[in-house]
Design a protein around this ligand. Structure first.
Ligand code: NDP
Length: 527
């Protein structure tokens, strides 16, 4: 999002936005609040489809508020959506790529026009603060546009290859990347814009037709993405949007032989199950998995404490610690350990918690009852085995009474405790003292995950850190966020090890190609 004074909203610039952004958000929020509680269908073959059972989408900051009624789709809906996507594939895949790009660009423009409305919806359904929510919408738009520009930069991925050295013949070779067919996108609750829209736009630009299934906690944001695609003129059946439980409609989609490729973003456990189940097909189909994280921050004795503490707190507690990229572990060298930890605790104590749509608040609630319960159980474990330095309690008085509010928590924990390796996905970060950077690196890499990481120290140490760390997205000396805040075209996003399967990051140079398979044409003529 840009404004007249050429402010560009990203996760790194969002801390000090122009006043105009707040005013527009407040206006959109007031309009949204006057229109809550309506029913929204799935979109299959361009039509609104309603199921017998419903999902009540509620505001996690006040569970009395029903945002909207959504459909609890069944296996039959999954099959209908796949059938219509199959039917639409020949037409869409043979639409010249320039026309597909024009339609996706138009959808991005429509989303830009609805950015405040979509930001307000997202803030309420996820419990994201307003700037994080607007950032997510802006990122979705950027991902739409990025997929288009990669298609253009590569001339639709048609390339002339070398001519065979034949005597008496001319042999011309062409490499073409072509879409797979019907692509399934399953997204998580925490970035319902970027993680639904990014894969969806890439699959569509590449010429696949899609079925999109968002998380049950956050169906509304994805519905707006599907509406923008429909309103831009993407033909019926090309983008289908279904809602309902992962174990029912999600599993039916995964089990169907009608799916030619899948992008799943979510937890490690569900992702690995999907990987295994999807592998039961008659042949190997592309499976892009973007999974969890357990992201370390290493702090050298040569640190600027204020920069490090600011970056750590932003990444530990942005979106209440519910980011795959959240800074969940900090390893600090002994000489600066006490100073760093005490500043981190001070900054954590200064964070304002409450209604995420209120501009004064940095933290909102966690997304649902299950996360609220997880937080309380993790805190009990931390109290039993370690030391809680701040936080460690749910907030239940006054304005907090009807929501899932948890105090941001910093705790010390003996190395070897399971929570050093477990993705908690709530506002809890553990800190530990190390006696050398090598010790920190060993601990940092000793997990199954490898998504993001952060480092604070001097330049020479940063070179060493980038060489040794086993993760896909890595930052040094970043006060805007130790481990969070990637942006398409700047920091393409993806994980190593248990954090991701493709080895090619979203919003990067090599991502769009994942949605196409290569075909070679050799034409031989007599010379
Ligand atoms: P989940 O794994 O619980 O759910 C993700 C999606 O999968 C939801 O749409 C869910 O539907 C669906 N699902 C669940 N079970 C099945 C199934 N059997 N078959 C098909 N689909 C299924 O993740 P969360 O939504 O809780 O998101 C948090 C997780 O996502 C964290 O682990 C986080 O690290 C990870 N994540 C990774 C990112 C990355 O880029 N690497 C980015 C953001 C998040 P339903 O909601 O109905 O259960």
């Amino acid at each position: 999002m840009t404004t007249e004074n050429s402010f560009k909203l990203t996760y790194a610039t969002m801390f000090n936005p122009p006043e105009e952004l707040h005013q527009q958000f407040d206006a959109a929020l007031a309009k949204l609040k006057a229109n809550l509680g309506k029913e929204h269908g799935m979109i299959i073959d361009g039509k609104d489809i309603f199921s017998q059972e419903k999902i009540e989408n509620r505001f996690p900051a006040n569970m009395d508020v029903i945002l909207g009624i959504f459909q609890k789709g069944t296996a039959e809906h999954a099959h209908a959506a796949l059938a219509t996507a199959r039917k639409a594939f020949p037409g869409w895949s043979h639409t010249p790529w320039q026309e597909r790009v024009a339609l996706i660009q138009k959808a991005a423009t429509l989303m830009e026009e609805r950015i405040y409305e979509m930001g307000a919806v997202m803030a309420m359904e996820v419990g994201k603060n307003r700037m994080e929510a607007l950032g997510d919408v802006a990122e979705t738009i950027a991902l739409f546009r990025y997929a288009c520009t990669r298609m253009e930069a590569n001339n639709g991925f048609v390339a002339e290859m070398g001519k065979d050295p034949l005597v008496g013949y001319v042999s011309e070779n062409t490499s073409v990347l072509r879409p797979y067919g019907v692509w399934l996108v399953i997204s998580p609750f925490n970035f319902p814009g970027a993680l639904s829209g990014g894969p969806a736009a890439s699959a569509l630009v590449a010429g696949n037709t899609i079925v999109l299934k968002p998380a049950s906690d956050t169906p509304w944001t994805s519905r707006i993405i599907a509406e923008c695609l429909r309103d831009a003129g993407v033909p019926a059946g090309v983008c289908n949007y279904v809602t309902g439980s992962g174990s029912v409609i999600g599993q039916a989609l995964i089990d169907s032989p009608e799916v030619d490729g899948v992008t799943f973003t979510g937890s490690y456990d569900v992702g690995m199950k999907i990987f295994r189940d999807f592998g039961m097909g008659r042949w190997v189909r592309p499976t892009i998995l973007e999974l969890g994280g357990k992201n370390p921050v290493i702090v050298s004795r040569h640190v600027d404490i204020e920069t490090a503490a600011t970056g750590i707190v932003r990444s530990a507690f942005g979106l209440q610690g519910q980011k795959c990229s959240a800074a969940s572990r900090v390893y600090a060298e002994a000489p600066i350990y006490d100073a760093l930890v005490s500043r981190v605790v001070e900054l954590t104590n200064a964070l304002k918690i409450g209604d995420p749509t209120d501009r004064a608040n940095t933290l909102g609630p966690v997304v649902n009852k299950s996360s609220y319960k997880d937080y309380q159980e993790f805190v009990s474990e931390l109290r039993a085995s370690g030391k809680v330095l701040t936080g460690g309690k749910i907030l239940t008085d006054g304005e907090y009474a009807k929501g899932y509010f948890c105090a941001p928590t910093i705790a010390e924990l003996p190395y070897g405790h399971r929570l050093w390796k477990h993705e908690m996905f709530v506002p809890i970060t553990t800190v530990g003292k190390v006696h050398s950077l090598d010790e920190a690196m060993k601990l940092a890499n000793d997990v199954d995950y490898g998504l993001t990481s952060g480092f604070y120290g001097n330049d020479e140490e940063a070179d060493w850190f980038f060489d040794k760390i086993e993760a896909g997205v890595n930052y040094s000396n970043r006060s805007q966020g130790a481990t969070t805040g990637a942006w398409p075209g700047f920091q393409p996003f993806g994980g190593w090890k248990g954090s991701g399967s493709s080895g090619k990051n979203s919003g990067g140079l090599h991502y769009l190609q994942l949605y196409m398979h290569e075909q070679i044409y050799t034409r031989v003529r007599k010379a």
